[in-house]
Design a protein around this ligand. Sequence first.
Ligand code: ATP
Length: 366
Amino acid sequence: MSAYLSLRGVGKQFGAFTALKSIDLDIARGEFVCFLGPSGCGKTTLLRLIAGLEPMSTGRIGLAGRDISALPPAERDYGIVFQSYALFPNLSVADNVAYGLVNRRVAKASALARVAELLTLVGLPGCEHKFPAQLSGGQQQRIALARALATSPGLLLLDEPLSALDAIVRLKLRQEIRALQRQLGVTTVMVTHDQEEAFAVADRIVVMNQGVIEQIGSPQAIYREPASLFVAEFVGRINALPARRCDDGDQAGLQIGAQRFTCDPTLLASHAPGAALRLYLRPEDLQVLPGSDRGAGVGIDDNSFEARVEAIEFLGPYCLLRVRSAALGELALTLSLPVNDPARAQLQPGGQLRLRLPPERMRVFG
Ligand code: ATP
């Protein structure tokens, strides 16, 4: 991958506090990358360093082959949208959008034509003469987006642009931003703490924690193949089961409570026999076996066990079931079932069910 935006050893100190530790990151031209992480992990600070709104303590930043580390914001070739609308309240929509063009001394007629083009692009044609206070939150963010794109920057920076909006507007606008980004091919970095938002729009997600990058990968890779304990627990829901490696001859296995489970030997390659581990499984990866099967015919592993339903939470398209299993030493597990799954109709709190841990879905961390 040839990098369009390239970060090397980027660090940031606020006095004695280290907000970012030696970040290395390459982003290709035209990519949409999200910085995702818990509050305080440094994602906004990293965006601000790229924008030149905050000085770096260490490292270098390259953009389109230029070292921009020491350049002031105006010379870095990006557009930025902040969480709060940050439009100039006393300027019309046209003057807000044209702001960067006027600074670049673009002729008035060209600027007006460009404003009209941008307003059409963000779905608000003809609103040149309105003022920010006359627009809804979603409309103001569209104008902020038009303003950020006015000078056709090489890089678009989005700092939680949707978090002040209500749920429906948020959903719609994130689809629009993604479609617009594809249409324009503009390299985009968006900060968000909303996992679903990152999954929905990003080509790649950068998961951050306490000033370091935990994992960089596609949404699928981040969700299905978390590289660390932190990512497994931070992204999506997960069951973490205390287990011990216990092989049976050549067959790799894990002991949980009183029961032994078969697993893929590569899963345990870096763990010694007898080692205490944590087995991770997503709620949707636990299989509910039909009552009649009772574990028969599930294959050679028979990784099945009895559990009782403690609670069922209805969440619209799916249900979350909290179950507990005596065979697993009274461990509690969470599983999710599509609301139309026939198995769900028969399940009630207090009822019994048979579950299976599929070896191909298991992840283990020491
Ligand atoms: P959030 O989602 O809450 O905005 P974040 O991941 O974007 O979190 P940052 O705003 O980048 O986090 O902040 C990272 C850390 O640096 C935090 O602990 C924050 O308190 C600290 N920090 C940020 N700006 C400053 C500053 N100007 N002075 C001192 N500390 C700061």
